[in-house]
Design a binder for this molecule. Structure first.
Ligand code: FE2
Length: 293
C-alpha cells in the first residue's frame, strides 16, 4: 500500500502537532518559542527492540513465543505511545468529512527497515482499506482508537479452488476460493489480531465505523523489488459461483476472491510521523535519562 504515496502538505488532518511552548515576556511582549525535546515511549521502545530480535527477514515467520512477546507489548500500547489522543479533532465522533469527497485514509511510517516496519493508519468514519493481501508477511494489527469492522480470508489451496467468473467470456477473470476467518466489529481497546503468510486472515479489509487509528507491525514490510507487492481483491459470496466441486468444512464460511486493480478511491495520503521517536541504541537512552511518557 505504500507505493501510492501522495504527500499532503499539512499534518493537521490528524491533529499531530510539534510541541512548541509559547513563553510570554511581560515587558517586551515578545513570544519566545521553545522546542520541547521529544518524549520517548517505553512501550514503543520495547516494541522496537523486540521486533529487532523477532523478525529475522524475508522468508521467515516469528516463532509462537515471539508472537506472544509482541502481542503482550501491543496489549500495553496506548494511543499516546504514538503521539495520539482521543481528544484530537480527527477522532471526535462528529468530526467533519467534507461533503462529496470519499473519506480518505491517511498513513504514516514510524519506522522501517528490511526486516520489519511500524505503520499507523488513520481512517475517518466510513473510511475503507479494501481487501488486500500480505504476501509472505506476518502482520500484527492493533486498533488504538475507534470502532471498525474487520473482514479477513485465507486461501483454500486444494485443487479446483479456482474458477472462471464468466465462462462465456474469454477474458473472464479467475475467482479463487477463500475461507472466511474474521467478519466482526472491533472497538479499542481490544486484542491484537495477527495474520501469517497462509493463516490468520492474510487477506483483510478494514471499514471504519467511527474514526480509527490502527498500528500495524509488518514483518517483513511490503517490497515490490522482493516480490511482496500488495494485491487488491473483491469478494463474492460462495453461493454466487459455487461449482460444487470443493469439499468445504462444515460450519465454515467461504467466499470467492477476484483480483482487482487498486480501487481509485482507496488511494491513501501520507503524513509525517510526529509522535515519540524511536531510538535504536538502548545505552544512548540510558545515558541521556530521556523523558519517558
Ligand atoms: Fe493490511
Amino acid at each position: 500500500m505504500e507505493g501510492c504515496e501522495k504527500r499532503v502538505r499539512h499534518v493537521s488532518r490528524i491533529g499531530y502537532a510539534k510541541k512548541v511552548i509559547g513563553k510570554r515576556k511581560c515587558k517586551s511582549r515578545r513570544i519566545k518559542r521553545v522546542e520541547v525535546p521529544p518524549k520517548v515511549s517505553v512501550t514503543l521502545q520495547d516494541l522496537f527492540f523486540s521486533c529487532r530480535q523477532v523478525f529475522k527477514g524475508p522468508g521467515t515467520v516469528p516463532l509462537p513465543n515471539d508472537v506472544l512477546k509482541i502481542c503482550r507489548i501491543l496489549e500495553k500500547m496506548k494511543a499516546e505511545d504514538v503521539g495520539l489522543s482521543s481528544d484530537l479533532q480527527f477522532f471526535k465522533p462528529n468530526s467533519i468529512v467534507p461533503k462529496g469527497t470519499p473519506p480518505r485514509v491517511t498513513y504514516t511510517t514510524i519506522y522501517k527497515c528490511i526486516d520489519f516496519s511500524l505503520c499507523l493508519f488513520f481512517l475517518p468514519a466510513n473510511g475503507v482499506i479494501p481487501l488486500h493481501n500480505h504476501p509472505g508477511m506476518t502482520v500484527f494489527s492493533k486498533l488504538l482508537l475507534g470502532t471498525m469492522h474487520i473482514k479477513s480470508y485465507d486461501w483454500v489451496d486444494h485443487h479446483a479452488s479456482a474458477i472462471s467468473k464468466d465462462d462465456s467470456s474469454q477474458s473472464s477473470s479467475q475467482l479463487r476460493l477463500a475461507k472466511l476467518k474474521t467478519d466482526n466489529v472491533f472497538t479499542a481497546p481490544c486484542n491484537t489480531s495477527v495474520l501469517y503468510p497462509t493463516t490468520g486472515g492474510n487477506i483483510h479489509a478494514f471499514t471504519a465505523i467511527t474514526p480509527c487509528a490502527v498500528l500495524d507491525v509488518l514483518g517483513p514490510p511490503y517490497s515490490t523489488e522482493d516480490g511482496r507487492d500488495c494485491t487488491y481483491y473483491k469478494d463474492y459470496p460462495h453461493s454466487s459461483y459455487s461449482n460444487g466441486e470443493n469439499k468445504l468444512e462444515e460450519g465454515a464460511s467461504y467466499g470467492w476472491l477476484e483480483e482487482i486493480e487498486m480501487p481509485e478511491n482507496s488511494q491513501m495520503d501520507w503524513i509525517e510521523y510526529l509522535g515519540p521517536q524511536i531510538y535504536g541504541d538502548e545505552k544512548y537512552l540510558a545515558d541521556r535519562n530521556y523523558m519517558y511518557c
